[in-house]
Each structure stands twice: as structure tokens, then as C-alpha cells.
Design a protein around this ligand. Structure first.
Ligand SMILES: Nc1ncnc2c1ncn2[C@@H]1O[C@H](COP(=O)(O)OP(=O)(O)OP(=O)(O)O)[C@@H](O)[C@H]1O
Length: 628
């Protein structure tokens, strides 16, 4: 157990020191500062009292007193400056770790992002930072007490050692006790009392707090979902109102509330009792020490001023011990969060092994090919894609069609490395795409996903997706996507925030307008591959028509893949690949596929029949009859 503790402690120290070379030296300086001034003050008080009792004149002690006070003042200023620097440093450290976690969350492959171990580590980290802080708390609440105790032991024991060599000047029973070996034994017992109680209560309290902490990870996760996502978030706001979800949500929330309350009650009440016990033991020990020092003083072994000084040293020592031991209470829970933080940051990413850079090519000669690719979602029974072989011709427009669930989106997910094939490989210019650096690889795609999202940020940032937007390119992108008119009508033009989530001047846009802004974002990125998954699903027929008319501007010389259920749009594609049950069942041009019997012709005709003259006439007649 000690070994494990040591390993964990060393791991934290190493992590924090690697993060910032100031971390440990600064913590030591701050901890020394905390200890130094109180000790000096006790020495000063003891000396002052002794000199006054001895009848020394004020004049005689004035100079050393001023010197002493000046020293304490200078030290105090120095200590305060270090403390100030240290406080800033710990806030900086806390923010830095937050930024690192955010960076990791943003950059890991989607496989790792969704992996239960990763999500669980994030939940533990997040709860830890909310309850305790992060490595700032480790330095302040864990390492500092260790340093404080080491210093207190060194200083106090040296001075207290002197006390044991003093001898009484009286022949009384009390004096005999004060000079006997029993005296130090009683002293040790008095100091030992709060130590033992603190060890015991700290361990008990720690177990309680840890069970609270562990139990709360899932509870907090659910709370966060219901409060921030379902109730306060904008995504569910309409669904919540249109469906009578009161019953369902009230029930769920009540259940989480009850579990949270039970967890708090079980843990806090008990741990408070243990904390109180530790406090009582310290108070008793302090009283005992005063009695013991009074005995020494009454028997003439030490002066009255020494009582003050020794008492100060003893209480400093006891409180340093108690403080260190009291961290037993919450250290296991903090450790759980710290371990989760390092685990999270160091978690290997199975989806991002590759290191090869992507060759920058102005001619866009990037050849992508699927070689016998199959894919099964984790935990799913069936394969979502089976034995797919597909070569994407450079600069070609490819349409993917097929019924719902046939594997179109899955194919795009594998292509963009959001998922990894279960078997088979995808190559880019002959090299397995997994071998490329993930971030660089994903940069060759611009995509409008079916479930695209806009940020609650100004239009300009949404389109550029960059901190340094090229405003004229943003304007051009909005024009190509056919949403420039709407943006001009906004209260701050391209600087208008989308939604009012972060800014009261924000404006909501319609589903179709949002989709057009997402299309503008894809154009702005100017990547060699453009992927449009149902790019016109939310567009009205005229906008859809216009978007396809503008496809040449949008796609230019890029390789384009688009998925559409509107079969009429497939005529804009040079090649059509038909998927069914995860397999490619047809591959050709619109004309060639319409000539052969098969799924494509069925899908096309099924949609087209709604638009035949006879069908429209029949529907109209039925409607007229129903109206009469
Ligand atoms: N995360 C997942 N876990 C398990 N199965 C999944 C997951 N995502 C998708 N599937 C399943 O994989 C199959 C292929 O889904 P995919 O989204 O690729 O279909 P699609 O052709 O794009 O459908 P649609 O036209 O409805 O968008 C479907 O049966 C779907 O239910």
C-alpha cells in the first residue's frame, strides 16, 4: 500500500513539475514562509515576556525589539509577496490543466472521445475540479502540509529538546515528576492523542468521502445532462414543450435528486462527526501541553516567557501533524480525480496512431480508395458496412444513395477517420489512412454533416471557423451558399451572433438558413475533398435548386461526395454509388443505372411517381372529393 502511495505521489509530483518548473520550488518557498513567521513571533513573545518580568528597562530592550519587529515585518512582506505570486501561479495552473483537458477532448479521435474509459475519466476529473480543484489543490492542500510538518518537526524538536534537559529548582513532588523520565513520556502521550485520533478519524472520514465522491460521479453526470442539456440547453427546448415530457422528466429528475440527497446525507453527516472528533482531540492536547509547561514553570525549570514560546512551538507542531493527517479525509477523493486527470491526458488514442504528414499538393491529386472495408459499430450485432471496394476519382462528383440505414453516413465516418474499419483498409495515395497524422488528415476534408451544428458565435466565426477570419472570403462564402441576403438583414451583419445563448443581440436562423451557413463554412475551408451529407435536406425546393446550380462554384475542382435522398439531385453527380444493407449494390451514371433494373431505378421511380401528371391529377381529384 505504501508503495502504491509512493508511486502515486511521485507520479503527481513528476506531472506537475513537468507542467511547470516553478511548481515545486514555489510551493516549498511558500510553505517555508507560512512556517517561519509564527515561529519567530513565538520566540519574540517569549523573549519579551522574560525580559519584562526580569525587570529590564524599556530603553535596554527598545533597540533589539525594533530590530526584531523590523525583521518580522520584512519577512512578512517577503512571505506575502511569495504567497501572492503562488496564488496567481496556482490559478494559472488550474486554468492550464483545464485548457489541456479541453484540448485533448477536442483533438482525440471520436473513438477515444466516445470510449467509456475516456468519458469516465473526464467525469472524475470534472467532479474533482468542481469539488476540490486540481493540481493546485494538490500543491496547496497536500504537498504544503508535508513541507510544513517537516519544517515544524525540525524546528520544534530542536527547541523542545532543550525543554527536556531543563531541571527544576525545587524539591517538591511536582519537581520530581518534571525532572523524571515520566515527564517526556506524558508529553509524547499528549501529542500522540490528536495524532492517533486524526489518523483514525481521517481514515474513516476519507472512506466515507470517497464513497460519496465515487457515487457522485454518475449522479453529477445525470444532473448535468438534465439541467444543462435538457432544461437549460436550447437543443431540447422545443421538444420539451411540444411533448408532454413533464411526467418523464420530473420522474427522472426526482430519482437523481433522491440519489444525490441520499449520498450527501450518508456521507457528510458521518464525516462531520469524524472531523469534530479530530478537533476535540487537538483542543484537549493543547490544554494538556499548557498544564505540562505550567508544571515546568511552577517548579522553576523555565521562565514564564518560555511557557509562551514552548506552547507556541508545541501547538505549531500539533497543528502541522493534524493538518497533514486531516488531508487523509479528502486526499483519496482528490487522488482519484488527479489520477483521472493524468490518465485522461495520457490516454493513448487508438484512432490517432499515425504520424505521417499529409503532403501539401496544389494540384489536389489525393487518391482515396476503400479496399474490402467492413465495419461494425461497437456493441452492434450487424455490420454497418460489408466488403466495400471504392476508388474515388480525383475531382469527380460522387453521389451516395441508398435506403435509410444502408451505410452511407458510416462510409463517410470511416473516410474522415471518425471511425476505423473493423477490417480492410482505406488508402490515401496508396498509404493506409491510419498511418497519417489524424489532425492533418482531417484537414483535407470539408464536410456538412447531416447533424451539422453552428456555434453560438457571430456568423463570421461560424463560417471561417478560425480566430483570424478573412472577412471578404466569408462574404463570398455566404453568397455562394445563398444566405448573404439574410445575413445582410441581421442587426450586425456578419458580426451577428447566431442564437442568443451567449449574447442578447444574437439572432436565430431557420433550419435551412443554418444549413446554408454550414455550406458556406465548407466552401470557406477550401479543402481538397468536400462532403455533403444531405446538404439540402432543410432547403426549400428553390434553394435546393439554386444550391445545385451553384455546385460548380461550391465544389470547383475538388473531389465531392454527397449523400442525398432527393434522387433528382443525383443527376448533378458524374458517378452514383448505391448502397444497400452496408454493401455497394450498384455503381454507374444516372443514365446507365436507369437503364438497368435495380434499387436505383426503384428509388428514383418511387420518388418520381409523386410528380407524374396522372398521379398529381388523381391526388387533386381525391382532395376535391374529400373537400366536398
Ligand atoms: N453508433 C451506432 N451504434 C450502432 N449502430 C449504429 C450506430 N450508428 C449507426 N448505426 C447503424 O448502422 C447502420 C448504418 O447507419 P448509417 O447512419 O450509415 O445509415 P445511412 O445510410 O446514413 O442512413 P440514413 O439515410 O437514415 O441517414 C444503421 O443500421 C444504423 O442503425
Amino acid at each position: 500500500m505504501l508503495n502504491k502511495f509512493k508511486q502515486t505521489y511521485v507520479r503527481y509530483l513528476r506531472f506537475v513539475q513537468q507542467l511547470d518548473a516553478q511548481a515545486i520550488p514555489l510551493t516549498i518557498a511558500n510553505a517555508v514562509g507560512q512556517v517561519l513567521v509564527p515561529y519567530l513571533t513565538f520566540i519574540l513573545l517569549g523573549w519579551l515576556l522574560n525580559t519584562v518580568i526580569a525587570g529590564t528597562t524599556i530603553k535596554a530592550i527598545a533597540l533589539p525589539l525594533v530590530g526584531f519587529l523590523a525583521l518580522i515585518f520584512v519577512l512578512q512582506v517577503g512571505v506575502a509577496a511569495i504567497k501572492d505570486h503562488y496564488n496567481r501561479f496556482t490559478i494559472h495552473l488550474y486554468n492550464r490543466i483545464d485548457a489541456m483537458v479541453a484540448d485533448k477532448e477536442r483533438k482525440v479521435s471520436l473513438q477515444l472521445f466516445n470510449a467509456p474509459t475516456f468519458r469516465k475519466a473526464y467525469a472524475a476529473y470534472n467532479q474533482g475540479r468542481t469539488y476540490f480543484g486540481s493540481f493546485d489543490r494538490f500543491l496547496e492542500g497536500n504537498l504544503t502540509p508535508v513541507i510544513n510538518l517537516a519544517l515544524a518537526l525540525m524546528i520544534s524538536l530542536t527547541v523542545i529538546g532543550r525543554l527536556l534537559f531543563t531541571s527544576s529548582e525545587q524539591p517538591s513532588a511536582l519537581a520530581r515528576f518534571a525532572d523524571s523520565p515520566a515527564y517526556p513520556l506524558v508529553l509524547i502521550a499528549i501529542i500522540g492523542l490528536p495524532v492517533i485520533v486524526s489518523i483514525w478519524s481521517g481514515r474513516k472520514g476519507g472512506r466515507i468521502l470517497q464513497s460519496f465522491f465515487t457515487g457522485n460521479i454518475q449522479i453529477n453526470r445525470e444532473y448535468d445532462y438534465y439541467f444543462n442539456h435538457v432544461f437549460a440547453g436550447t437543443e431540447m427546448s422545443k421538444t420539451l414543450r411540444v411533448y408532454d415530457t413533464d411526467d418523464l422528466m420530473a420522474h427522472r429528475l426526482k430519482a437523481v435528486n433522491a440519489r444525490g440527497f441520499e449520498n450527501v446525507q450518508r456521507s457528510y453527516t458521518k464525516s462531520t462527526a469524524f472531523t469534530a472528533l479530530g478537533g476535540t482531540a487537538i483542543a484537549l492536547a493543547t490544554g494538556g501541553i499548557y498544564v505540562m509547561l505550567a508544571i515546568k514553570s511552577m517548579t522553576g525549570a523555565i521562565a514564564v516567557g518560555d511557557v509562551v514560546m514552548y506552547a507556541g512551538f508545541f501547538t505549531q507542531l500539533i497543528s502541522a501533524v493534524a493538518k497533514l493527517l486531516s488531508i487523509n479525509g479528502w486526499a483519496p477523493s482528490l487522488n482519484q480525480a488527479l489520477t483521472a486527470t493524468i490518465d485522461l491526458l495520457e490516454m493513448p488514442d487508438p484512432g490517432a496512431h499515425g504520424t505521417l504528414p499529409i503532403e501539401k499538393r496544389h494540384d489536389n491529386q489525393y487518391q482515396l480508395e476503400f479496399h474490402d472495408v467492413s465495419f461494425q459499430y461497437p456493441g452492434a450485432k450487424a455490420f454497418a458496412l460489408q466488403h466495400v471496394n471504392l476508388k474515388l476519382a480525383i475531382g469527380q462528383r460522387l453521389a451516395l444513395v441508398g435506403p435509410n440505414g444502408s451505410g452511407k453516413t458510416t462510409l463517410i465516418r470511416l473516410l474522415t477517420r471518425l471511425d476505423q474499419p473493423t477490417s480492410g483498409t482505406i488508402t490515401l495515395n496508396g498509404i493506409d489512412i491510419q498511418k497519417y497524422n489524424l489532425q492533418e488528415y482531417q484537414q483535407i476534408f470539408a464536410a456538412v454533416f447531416q447533424d451539422f451544428k453552428l456555434f453560438a458565435l457571430p456568423v463570421v466565426d461560424n463560417v471561417a471557423a478560425s480566430a483570424h477570419p478573412d472577412r471578404s472570403r466569408v462574404a463570398a462564402a455566404l453568397k455562394i451558399a445563398g444566405v448573404d441576403d439574410r445575413v445582410h438583414r441581421m442587426n450586425q451583419g456578419i458580426d451577428t451572433p447566431i442564437t442568443r445563448e451567449l449574447d442578447t443581440h444574437g439572432e436565430d436562423v431557420s433550419g435551412g438558413e443554418a444549413q446554408k451557413i454550414a455550406i458556406a463554412r465548407a466552401w470557406y475551408k477550401d479543402a481538397p475533398f468536400i462532403i455533403l451529407d444531405e446538404p439540402t435536406a432543410a432547403l426549400d425546393p428553390i434553394s435546393e435548386y439554386e444550391t445545385y446550380q451553384h455546385l460548380d462554384d461550391l465544389i470547383a475542382a475538388k473531389t465531392a461526395i454527397y449523400i442525398s435522398h432527393r434522387m433528382s439531385s443525383t443527376r448533378f453527380a458524374a458517378r452514383i454509388v448505391v448502397l444497400d444493407h452496408g454493401q455497394i449494390v450498384q455503381d454507374g451514371t444516372h443514365t446507365s443505372l436507369m437503364r438497368e433494373a435495380g434499387l436505383y431505378r426503384d428509388l428514383f421511380n418511387a420518388q418520381a411517381q409523386y410528380y407524374t401528371k396522372e398521379r398529381i391529377a388523381k391526388e387533386r381529384k381525391n382532395a376535391d372529393l374529400a373537400y366536398q
